[in-house]
Design a protein around this ligand. Structure first.
Ligand code: PDD
Length: 280
C-alpha cells in the first residue's frame, strides 16, 4: 500500500511517525473514515465538516485545506487501485519532541496520516441480509463523544466482549438508555417510526446518520430523535445501525432476544437501498 504522511506518499513500510507524537502518547488526535464505492468518495464534504468541528473543539490547527484533503484522498484511491473500500485520515497535535501534558507551542506541525483499506464488495456485505447480533454493555467512555478522537480503547474492549459472546457488536448503555454502537449510531423502528438518540455530547454526530435521516424524511417516514432503553429496543419491530463502513446494517438480536421477527426487516432494508442509491 501507498500511504500518506505529512504531504508525502510512501510505501507503508517506509512511513514513519515519531515516538513522541501526541497521537501515540496521549490519544491527542482526531480521525475520519470515508467510504469508497466504485472509486467514488461518499459524503466527503460531511466528513470534512466534522473533521473541522473535532479540530476546533480541541484547539488544534488544521494543517490542510479541504481541497488538499480531497486531492490526497483521490491520490490514495488511484495509487492503491481502490474500487470499494475505506480511507482512514488522522490528524494529531504532532511531535513536541518529548512527553508533556502541556500542549506544544502554536506552530508545532500537526501529523497527518492517511491510508486505504480495500474492501471488495463493501456494499454487498452478506451480513446486511442476515443482520447483526448485538450485546449491551455499560458506556464507560469520556463525556465528549461528539469529538471524533482516536481514544478507541473502550469501544475496542466492547467489540472484543461482543465477539467473545458470539455477537457482532455492542450497544453502549448509559443511565438505562442506549447511546450508540461501538463504531456506529443506533436506531429502533416501532410502529413505522424510526427512533434514534438526539444529537448531544453523548454520541458521535454520524455523517451516515444525517444522510439516512434526511432520506427517511424525504421518503415521508416518521423520525423521532430521542433516547430509548434496551427494553424498548428488544420490544421494537426492527433495529439497525449506521456508519461509513456498514452503511445501514440491520440488527436482529439484542442480548439474545430477537428483535421483531428476528429477521431483517423492511425499514432497514429500504433505508439501506435508499442510502446506497442516493449517495453513490
Ligand atoms: N466509526 N458512532 C461512533 C462511536 C463511531 O465511531 C462512528 C463511526 C459512528 C458513525 O459515524 P459515521 O456515520 O460518520 O461513520 C457513530 C467509524 C466508521 C470507525 O471508527 O471506523
Amino acid at each position: 500500500r501507498t500511504v500518506y504522511v505529512n504531504g508525502e506518499y510512501l510505501p507503508e513500510d517506509q512511513a514513519m511517525v515519531s515516538v513522541f507524537d501526541r497521537g501515540f502518547l496521549m490519544a491527542d488526535a482526531v480521525y475520519e473514515v470515508v467510504s469508497v464505492l466504485d472509486g467514488k468518495l461518499l459524503d466527503f464534504a460531511g466528513h470534512m465538516a466534522r473533521l473541522t468541528r473535532s479540530l476546533d473543539a480541541l484547539s488544534m490547527d488544521d494543517p490542510l485545506t479541504e481541497d488538499e484533503y480531497l486531492e490526497a484522498h483521490r491520490q490514495l484511491v488511484q495509487r492503491n487501485g481502490i474500487t470499494d473500500g475505506l480511507i482512514y485520515l488522522q490528524v494529531s497535535r504532532g511531535n513536541p519532541g518529548d512527553r508533556d501534558f502541556v500542549y506544544p507551542p502554536k506552530g508545532t506541525r500537526p501529523t497527518v496520516v492517511m491510508f486505504t483499506q480495500a474492501k471488495p464488495g463493501l456494499a454487498d456485505a452478506p451480513a446486511a441480509k442476515t443482520g447483526w447480533q448485538i450485546i449491551s454493555i455499560e458506556d464507560l467512555r469520556w463525556g465528549r463523544r461528539d469529538i471524533k478522537t482516536v481514544q478507541l480503547l473502550y469501544p475496542s474492549m466492547a467489540k472484543m466482549e461482543a465477539k467473545a459472546r458470539g455477537a457482532d457488536d455492542a450497544w453502549l448503555v448509559e443511565d438505562g438508555k442506549v447511546t450508540e454502537g461501538t463504531s456506529n449510531n443506533a436506531y429502533i423502528v416501532k410502529d413505522g417510526r424510526i427512533i434514534t438518540r438526539e444529537l448531544s455530547h453523548d454520541i458521535l454526530h454520524g455523517i451516515t446518520r444525517a444522510a439516512v435521516l434526511r432520506f427517511a424524511r424525504e421518503a415521508q417516514m416518521q423520525v423521532e430523535e430521542r433516547s430509548f432503553t434496551l427494553a424498548e429496543a428488544q420490544a421494537a419491530d426492527e433495529a439497525f445501525v449506521t456508519s461509513a463502513s456498514s452503511f445501514v446494517m440491520p440488527v436482529v438480536g439484542i442480548d439474545g432476544t430477537p428483535v421483531g421477527s428476528g429477521a431483517v426487516g423492511p425499514v432497514a432494508t429500504r433505508l439501506r437501498e435508499i442510502y446506497l442509491e442516493e449517495s453513490r
